[in-house]
Each structure stands twice: as C-alpha cells, then as structure tokens.
Design a protein around this ligand. Sequence first.
Ligand SMILES: [Zn+2]
Length: 357
Amino acid sequence: MAYRMLGKLAYGSRYEEVPWSQRVYVRPGERLIREAQWRLLLRRAPVMTLADYERRRERGEIEEFLSCMMCGESRQQPLFEPSGDKGWRYHVVRCPACGFLYRNPNVRPERLGDLYATGYSSFLTGKYAANRQRRYDLTMQAFAPVFDEGKERRLLDFGSGVGLFLELAEQRGFDAYGVDLSPESVAQANERLSRARTYLGAPLDVPDIAAGGFDVITLWSVLAHLPRPLEDFERFRSLLAPGGVLLILTVNARSLLLKAYGSKWSGFTKNHLMFYSARTVRTLLRRTGFAGVAFAPHYGDTIEAGTTKLPAGLAARLRRNVELSDGGNMMRVLAFADEEAIGRYGGGPLTVHRLNG
Ligand SMILES: [Zn+2]
C-alpha cells in the first residue's frame, strides 16, 4: 500500500496502469541508474580461466562445461545464479570478449529430452495459450508483410509446442509444419490442427521437412533452449528457400529488466540455456550464412495490443527508454537468408543490417 502511494506521488496518478514489467522503462532516471549499476557489476565480477572456473563448480550428470559458442573465448565471468521452485538452480556466466550470456555448466544436447520429459505441454495451455497467440499476432504485425499472405508458401515452426502458432499459420493459408521434442505436445498439436502437421524429433528425421524449400521458419521462445545453436542455424539456413526469412522471438539479454533484477530476471527460466542480445544474435546469424537482420522493439504486449492505454508522457518515455536500452525485454528478430529476401521484405519501417563483411 505504501509503495502504491509512493509510486503515485513520484510518477503520477496513471503510473499504476503501467504493466509491472514495463515499469523500469517509465520511471524517470531509472535507465541511467541501472546501466551504471550494470557497468559496476561487470567491473567488479572476476574473470577466470575455464580450468579455474571448472574447479569451483559442480557439474551434474546431464551437464557439460562450455566455452563461448559465439566467439570461442574460454574465459568465464560468473554473474548470476538463478533458482526457482522445485529446487532448480544454475549458474550464468558472461563471455568477457563478446558479452554472450550462457548457462555454465550447460545441458548436454543428448540429455535435453530430460528437461521436457513430462508435464511440459500442460505449461503450454490454458491462460498461457491466449496470451501467446496475442503475442504471435503482434510480432507478425511488427514484421508485416512477411506474414500477411500464406498461400502456397511453406512454413516451418521449430519447437512448435502444442501448435498454438501453427494454428494461426494455417488460418493464414500457410503450408505449415512443426517439430518438437515433447511427445505430449506433438500429440496435442496434431489434435488442434486441421491441415498443418507436427512431428516429434529433428527436422532431418522427417522427409517432408528435410526436403527444405521453406519460405518462413519461426522460432517462438526456442532460441534460448538450443544447446548447439550454430549447428541448428546452419540447418535452418539450408532449409530456407531463396528469398526466405527466419523469425526469432527470445528474451533479450540486454534488457533493462535484467539489469534491474539480476538473478531474479524473468528470462532466467528453468529450461533456458543461452541468452542473446542484438549483438550476439547477429554473430550467430553471420556465422551461419544469413545475409541480413532487422529488429522490432518490444514495448509490452498489452500496450501494443491497446488494452493498456498510457498517458502520452508515459508512453513517450516508455518508447524512448525501450529504444535506448536495446529494444525491450523480448527481442524480435527477422533474419534474411539472402539479398533476394532483403529486397522482398526490407525497407518500410524495418531497418535491415547487412551481415556479410
Ligand atoms: Zn564470446
């Protein structure tokens, strides 16, 4: 109660209407304070060799120690120790060379199935489902015209879960496919869908998918779960047709929320393995043969959907701070396979950054 009164006094009577996760972006001066704290944290946290780091940490049976997958740097800067209910806990390090954040020790790829064994699909339904589909719609809007017309276009949703996105894709006319690691999710998805189909396993295990020629590949909240991102992205690049695009939605490792909440950041969930920023996602795309990339800042789902209406002053401050702090708490990325794709979809409100050279 006291906090609410203080908030109103300090930030105006409409402050309470700002969704919780957007508040750090509208409080006056907060961005500068959090960024100063972040720089201080990075100056103070020790950097050590991988061998020293390994001596200090226990490694679980399904885990392995890693160097930075984006740039090859082996030194480690331990920063965070997220934990949650049911006793999960892991360590997050920062690469002192390129700034990549990753869990270390990480999960061995062949043991990834252990994370999704049972109960994951029930997490993906219910109230979560409606919010998810709204988020997909808003992101498709941000990257119009890529998703406007699906007719006679092939789409692959990698990590398709219970088929919430594939349902929207088939409604838009896409010839849509999905793959996922959870058997329950795949079964539920195929019940939900009428034309689109999802499969258990890796893309190359399914002949219809291994044939490639996709106009669009989507990774909705999947990137942070990949233990071998370079291999996966090389495969995605080869599955794309000329002129194809890849869409990524993932938590943003340079968001102001991470700087404010540290180990308690909402992006540090139980099954997340690696945490990307605009910088490190570019490295990933450049190294795997993509020609260009565009970003769409994320201002918050309810604000973009218009169900939360902010006074002009707060809305302007939110926009400014999201843009100055690397795009918001979620990162929305469109990767272009080649020049043809850039020619087809670049321009308009989208700024395309070329990756070659
Ligand atoms: Zn690195």
